[in-house]
Structure formats: C-alpha cells, structure tokens
Design a protein. Sequence first.
Length: 189
Amino acid sequence: MTDTLIGPDGRARCAWVGDDAEYRRYHDEEWGRPLHGDRALFEKMSLEGFQAGLSWITILRKRPRFREVFAGFEPEAVAAFSDDDVERLMKDAGIIRNRAKILATIGNARLVLGMAPGELDAFMWSFAPASHARPSSFAEVPATTADSDALSKALRAAGFRFVGSTTMYALMQSSGMVDDHVAGCHRAG
C-alpha cells in the first residue's frame, strides 16, 4: 500500500482517506489543523471516546446527529443531562449507543464545568510536543507516544473517562497538536 493516494482533484492525500468524499473533506479541512477552545476540544475528546473500537468514518458520518443530541457539545448543557437523557440517547440509532461512553461524556462535561474558561484548552495543549517529525510513511506513525501517555494519565487522574493513550494520540493528531500528514500529502507542510 502506498502512503498517499491521488484524489479526483489531482491532489495527493494520506492514503487512509481512500476514495470517500467525507474523509477527503475531513482530511483537507480539519485533520491536523490546530483546534482550540474548551467546547471544541470537549467535542473532540467525546467523539474520540465514542470512536474507541470503531472506525473514525463511522463517527464522522454520525457527527451531525451527535452534535444535535449532545446539545452541540456545550459542556454546561451536557453536564445537566439526567437519567432520562441517558435513556433517550440509548434509543437513538443515529449515534453510538454505548451506555458507558454516554455516561463518560456526561461525567467529562461536569469535569470541564469545574475548570476555569480556557483551562481545558491550555491543559490539553500543554501536552503537545515542542517539535514533531513529519512521518515519511504510515509505518512511522505511532499509536501512542510519551506525550499521549502523559495526557491520558493526567486526564484520568482528574477523573476523565475514555481518554486512553491511543484515544488521546488520535485527538492530538486530529486537533493539530501533532501533524501526521505523511510526506507527499498536499497537506504536509
């Protein structure tokens, strides 16, 4: 397998994009671009948690519904969810109906509410490496790093759930804390 593919627009992209139009859009517009803001990072953490054990394209396709039923991932709104909301979410086929992940998202929102504005953003970005070598191939892209291990450990110590090291490395990639666009990809800078 090559590490880049040429899309219908003639641009080389990371090969994981395949020929899926939504993956192309996500790759070109979101993945690896710096993402800031408590709400945005809470959403990313929540969706990465729901992704655990599944493919990201599944989450990406369900993201509009996730945003709708999780009140736009506004931590204050999600923190106020009740047992009735959990049952409502468990019946919604438009999302991943996993009780543990739903409860973790609500609990994580409550923890975010206990932080000062901007604190989640500053905290998460404090684990971004000062430098990161561009991978020349997918074989060089790790599943975890010392930084994702440390972020995961710190979040778990604070009470956050579904924030394992692999999940946190995926968050670091998708939120631009690290840039793993492989050499040859049009997004590789």
